[in-house]
Design a protein around this ligand. Sequence first.
Ligand code: UT7
Length: 374
Amino acid sequence: MPYAHITGWGVSVPQSVLTNDDIAKMVETNDEWIRSRTGIRERRIAAEDQFTSTLAVDAAIKALQVADLAPSELDLIIVTSSSPEYIFPATACLVQDQIGATKAGAFDLLAACTGFIFAVNMAAQSIRSGSIKNALIIGSETLSRFVNWKDRGTCILFGDGAGAFVLQASDVPGGVLSSVMHSDGSGADALTLLGGGARYPASEITVAEGKHFVQMDGKAVFRFATRVMGAATREALDLAHMTVEEIDWIIPHQANYRIIETAAKYLKAPIEKFIINVDRYGNTSTASIPIAAVEAVESGKLKGGNKVVFVGFGAGLTWGALVAEWTGPILQTKKKYSPPTQYRFFAYRFIARVRSWLLRAVRHIERILSRHEL
Ligand code: UT7
C-alpha cells in the first residue's frame, strides 16, 4: 500500500496589513484587549482584485514548485474554504483551469476551519488506496469579505490568506500516519454564515438582517475548542501508536492563543512545541494550518523526518487531527535536462491561460453554431 507524503508547500498572503489600532478606529476596542484575549496583533486583508482563487493559485504554484511537479501530473485538487468564490462552480475548478491541471478532478470541501485537516486526510486516503498518485490541497480565504466590520466580537479575529500542500504516493514509509475527523451538528448555530444559501437566498431582507456576515457565539466556540483540541491530538497519536513526547511539532488551527495554551496544558506539552503565528495573521480559517506549517519550514523549525500533529476545529461543529512524518521534496527523481523551475512554472501558467482561452473560444463558437442550427 503506497504512503502519502507531503512533498510540496506554499503560501500566499495579501500585502495589506490591518493592525489592532486600525480596527480600534472602526469599532470600540483596543490593541490591549485584542492581544490579551486572542493573541492577535494584526491580520492580512485581500486587495479588491484578489479573490479566494487568486490566493489559492499563488499558493498552489509555489507548492508545485517545491514538489517539482507539473500541474498536468495532478490527479486531484481539493480546495477547502469558508469563503469560497461562489456557491458553485467550485473554487477548485477555477484553480484547476488557471494552473492547467488538465487531468485532475477538482472539488471544494466545506468543513470550515477544520477543512484543511479533512481535505489532507481525504487526499491521503485516496493515495493510500492506490486510486491516485498526486494531489494538491489548498486552504484559501478572503473572509474579510464576510466580516461585519461593525461587530467587534468577530471583526477582530479573521484574516485572509492561502496555504497549499502537495501530496504524493511513494513506497517509502512515512507521510500521513493517522487522522481523526469529528462533527457535531448540534452546535451548528455557534458559528454561522447563513445568507445566500438555499434556506436564506440573498434578498434585501437577508442583507438588512446581516445574514451575509459571520455570526458567532464566541464563548461557546471557545469552550468547544478547548475541549476538543487536546483530545483530538491524543486520539490521532493513539492511532499512530505515538506519544506527545515523540512529536517534534504541533501545528494547531490559529484561532486564539489562549485556546492553544489550554491544549498545551491538557497535553502536558511545552508551548514551545506549538507553531504559533496567530499574532501576525489572525484566524485565516482553512489556511491557518498550512500557513503556519510553511512558516515553520521556512524558519528551519520543521525539517524532513520530524513528526508533526496538525489539529483544528471550526464551524459545523467540526474538529480533527492528523499525524504525519514530514517528508520534504525528497521524492524528486532526476529528470532529464529541464529548464530552471521558475521558468518552467511560468510556462505552465502561460500554457494554462492559452488553453483556457482556446476552450472558451471553442465554446463560444459552438454557441453561435447551435443558434444557427435552430
Ligand atoms: O475558527 C473558529 C473561530 N472562532 C473562535 O475561535 C472564537 C473563540 N472565542 C474567542 O476567541 C473569544 O470568545 C473572543 C475573543 C471572541 C471573545 O473573548 P471573550 O473573553 O469570550 O469575551 P466575551 O465575548 O465574553 O466578552 C467580554 C466583554 C463583553 O463586555 P461586557 O458584556 O462584559 O461588558 C464584550 O462586550 O468584552 C466585550 N468585548 C470587547 N471589548 C473590547 C467583546 N469584544 C470586544 C472587543 N473589544 N473586540
